[in-house]
Design a binder for this molecule. Structure first.
Ligand code: NAP
Length: 483
């Protein structure tokens, strides 16, 4: 499809790309193309198919405001529910014909003379656009651990985000490395079928209880009789998360009751004091993404599940050796070791005005004005760019704020050919962000995907989502220049 031109090129067909596409469509702007490297829409909800995969944000909130997910029964959607929702939304919003799947964009270059972007695919095809929106997400590139001997293992080994469904794990010895949110969802399901599950924990996480996946009979009846209650539930869920969970980030009022809740959850679910000690975190709550789960701890109590908290020394042909000298045999190794989250837009090569390379500008850590725009890169926008992901509320809300802001910028392009955030606006925003981040719990000494390897917090948004909404409702004109 070389040579095509669109007004807007969107890279990525997950929640972010589809949200952007739907907004363009609804605004009557039909000249846009969505490039997707995978074979369908869904982003991380297409990629992650590990057993137990789902969302710990209630479905009513984890959906677009223009296509609210409605269910009398499901509170927490599974991966298949979310993928089906995104596929349905693609059809209902008429986005299908704008999609170019199996098309990975490898570079994007801005030409000042024509004020156009040229996007080149992995296969060498070229496509031009007046505007490019990168909606590639933060958690889509699996990170395999740098453990000695990883290549020596002779059995099947794979990452949670690249689940090998050809492997029947029934009765087998499965080693799971990592104890983040993915592992917490996976381990209970694995423990049902596997002969033995050995979970390797480097750092204990805070875990808070998750209500049942389905609503009880009373709520179902109420939702059935009064559908408006579902909107009220969405609003209440949003407010509870924003007012109750976001203060944890700044070590505010709710950190103590939440710590108490997590400790009580651990006490109630893990009777064995030795196991409980291993599972007790030694960092303040919120420093890493809090795990929301009620099945992980009970699974660890099962006879066929072991938690190993000793450091992994090496992997060999038949299993894993820890620093205390113990070797534990494994038939399969599952890496639940997270993602290369701080490597924004990698492996894309993005060049702005005068050939400026985005990755050269980001050597100290990725940054962007409101996480959306960057000086020297006109007509380029990011969805879920630096410092905009949430650990305490629905990321779909943030995406919708960003889409709203980008649409306002695009309206300014009706009377101009290029729009670019001012360097002064970026500098002032960076200063504010640095000051705000300095007081957050993420700087309390733990390591997580919220930071880049140099320790700079590059991923999460540090305030309430209401604050982000206010910032993205502002008129973009003072911060941008048009030409
Ligand atoms: P993660 O939170 O980054 O957890 C990775 C785990 O692997 C950690 O326990 C980490 O230990 C461990 N690890 C990494 N390298 C290791 C090594 N070399 N040796 C030993 N252990 C190692 O990844 P994730 O569980 O896939 O979750 C990523 C994010 O996805 C979550 O934080 C969340 O935002 C999102 N998620 C959301 C949901 C949902 O329901 N909404 C579900 C799943 C995932 P350390 O802690 O010591 O680094």
């Amino acid at each position: 499809m070389s040579g095509e031109h669109s007004t807007v090129a969107i890279v990525g067909a997950g929640f972010g790309g589809l949200g952007m596409a739907a907004a363009l469509k609804r605004a009557g702007m039909d000249s846009f193309t969505v490039f997707e490297k995978g074979d369908g829409v869904g982003g991380i909800w297409r990629d992650n198919t590990y057993p137990g995969c789902g969302c710990d944000v209630p479905s009513h909130l984890y959906s677009f405001s223009f296509a609210p997910y409605r269910s009398d029964t499901v509170r927490y959607p599974g991966q298949r529910d979310i993928l089906a929702y995104l596929q349905d939304t693609t059809d209902l919003e008429g986005l299908r014909r704008h999609l170019r799947t199996n098309t990975e964009i490898s570079s994007a270059e801005y030409d000042e003379a024509t004020t156009r972007w040229t996007l080149t695919t992995r296969d060498g095809d070229r496509h031009t656009a007046d505007v490019v929106v990168f909606a590639v997400g933060q958690l889509h590139r699996p990170k395999l651990p740098d453990i000695a001997g990883r290549e020596d293992f002779t059995g099947p080994a794979f990452h949670t985000a690249q689940w090998d469904h050809a492997q029947d794990l029934t009765g087998r010895r499965v080693a799971v490395i990592g104890t983040g949110s993915s592992a917490a969802q996976l381990v209970p399901r694995l423990a049902e079928a596997a002969g033995r599950v050995t979970v390797y924990q480097r750092t204990a996480n805070w875990v808070i209880p998750k209500p049942a996946n389905e609503f009880g009979p009373l709520t179902r009846q109420a939702f059935g009789r009064l559908p408006a209650l579902q909107s009220a539930f969405r609003a209440a869920t949003y407010l509870a998360a924003d007012m109750g969970l976001s203060p944890v980030v700044s070590r505010g009022w709710s950190a103590r009751p939440l710590t108490w809740l997590a400790r009580r959850h651990l006490r109630r679910q893990v009777p064995d004091p030795v196991l409980r000690a291993k599972l007790t975190p030694n960092h303040p709550i919120g420093c890493k993404r809090i795990v929301i789960d009620s099945a992980f701890y009970p699974a660890l109590n099962q006879d066929n599940v072991d938690l190993v908290a000793d450091t992994i020394e090496r992997i060999d042909a038949t299993g894993i050796r820890t620093a205390d000298g113990t070797h534990r045999a494994a038939d399969v190794i599952v890496y639940s070791t997270g993602f290369r989250a701080s490597e924004f837009l990698v492996p894309l090569d993005v060049r702005g005005r005068a050939g400026a390379r985005l990755h050269d500008r980001w050597t100290g850590g990725a940054e962007a004005y409101l996480g959306i725009a960057y000086p020297e890169f006109p007509n380029m926008f990011l969805i879920h760019g630096p410092n905009t992901i949430l650990g305490h509320n629905s990321n779909v809300f943030i995406i919708e704020c960003q889409v709203h802001y980008i649409m306002n910028c695009l309206r300014l392009l009706r009377d101009a050919r290029a729009i670019e955030v001012r360097a002064e606006a970026m500098a002032a925003y960076r200063q504010w962000l640095d000051r705000t981040l300095a007081g957050t719990v993420w700087q309390a000494g733990c390591q997580s995907w919220y930071q880049n390897p140099a320790g700079r917090v590059t991923n999460p948004w540090p305030m309430s989502t209401m604050h982000y909404r206010r910032l993205t409702r502002r008129d973009p004109r003072p911060a941008f220049r048009t030409s």
